[in-house]
Design a protein around this ligand. Structure first.
Ligand code: 13P
Length: 248
């Protein structure tokens, strides 16, 4: 049985003051969460997360890493630096990185490998655009994105990743995939993992992301291959994030 993971992706939001309110709100009412919980925050706030969350069951991490280990890469953050802040997770291949920073599936796969080699859990995002879905290309697009990762990782490494299916048209739009639409893609992703190793496939968490909110979380999370959520907007309000955690 896969334990669910509810991860917040704060994107480029927050301030020291606002984060303190948000994190204290989450901590205050977390209770005995029956799922794993994490927040992926802008790099400048990782020290704050460590200070606020170290004594809690909540994990933390970043939203991207460099594919390089260190060196002359101005503006980039190395995976190893995240270890200095006791991070457990890093998102790689978010559609906003693929779109605005032209990240290829091969680069994303190499970032996932970099994370694994640094003892971080990569949350590898995949997802199709609206035009791709309407053209009937969802399986091809998402398949190509995940195939690049499968090609780069061995089964031992594969067992340690988290995948997030985030249809681009559902991100920040208030439009969410129906549970059946999401389940169909999650099942396709699971089938690809089974082709690699059926035991590993059973253990890998596949999260759904894209306008997951308190009012739709329960039905999405009830689907057999939806193992949690990657939450954008609703992770910025303690009450909403907690409601999703409690739904899980
Ligand atoms: P929203 O929940 O705001 O749609 O964002 C989803 C997302 O992109 C999480 O990574």
């Amino acid at each position: 049985m896969r334990r669910k993971l509810i991860a917040g992706n704060w994107k480029m939001n927050g301030s020291l003051a606002a984060n303190a309110v948000l994190l204290n709100g989450i901590k205050a009412d977390l209770g005995q969460a029956a799922c794993d919980v994490a927040v992926c925050v802008p790099a400048p706030y990782l020290a704050q997360c460590r200070a606020e969350l170290a004594a809690t069951p909540i994990g933390w991490g970043a939203q991207d890493i460099s594919v390089h280990e260190s060196g002359a890469y101005t503006g980039e953050v190395a995976a190893g630096m995240l270890l200095d802040f006791d991070c457990s997770y890093v998102i790689v291949g978010h559609s906003e990185r693929r779109t605005y920073h032209a990240e290829s599936s091969q680069l994303v796969a190499q970032k996932a490998l970099r994370a694994l080699n640094t003892e971080l859990t990569p949350i590898v995002c995949v997802g199709e655009s609206l035009a791709e879905r309407e053209a009937g290309k969802t399986a091809d697009v998402v398949g190509e994105q995940v195939d690049a990762v499968l090609a780069a990782l061995n089964t031992e490494q594969l067992a340690k990743i988290v995948i997030a299916y985030e249809p681009v048209w559902a991100i920040g739009t208030g439009k969410t995939a129906t549970p059946e639409m999401a389940q169909e893609v999650h099942a396709m992703l699971r089938a690809k993992l089974v082709e690699e190793d059926s035991t590993v496939a059973k253990g890998v968490k596949i999260l759904y992301g894209g306008s997951m909110k308190p009012d739709n979380a329960r039905e999405l999370l009830a689907m057999p291959d939806i193992d949690g959520g990657l939450i954008g907007g609703a992770s910025l309000k303690a009450a909403d994030f907690l409601a999703i955690i409690h739904a899980a």
